[in-house]
Design a protein around this ligand. Sequence first.
Ligand SMILES: [Zn+2]
Length: 145
Amino acid sequence: MTSVPIGPDLFADSTEGPRLLGSRCEHCGVVTFPSQDGCPRCGAEPLVRHELARHGTLWTWTTQNFRPKAPYAGPGDERDFRPFVLGYVELGGEVRVEGHILAEPEDVKIGMPLETVVIPFREDESGRQVLTFAFAPSATAEPLT
Ligand SMILES: [Zn+2]
């Protein structure tokens, strides 16, 4: 099955696995995800492409107990929606990224180590598998070297 990313320039493969693609301000050092054209702190532009750390820690989280409204385009409909954990993950001490946490609520703890993964999300109109990023529990918050 052909697969396509859910958005352009959101993530890329690296030798250690998938990494999110953000942007960094060369003037003040702010890192953003997704990438932006201008710096939200100092207004400088353009920002440079910046690969985010693959590993991080859970900063805070909640559970998504109902199917989000449009433009959410996840699989299925109201009837087969399953609650999931949504969290902010601090990556490399640079930026906090919101995403799906691949763990059951009873297993989730603030500060737990997580790593970036790419998972199938849904099928598009052409029968292609749409891929998105998520965060999975990891043995370590730091990359293994
Ligand atoms: Zn800046």
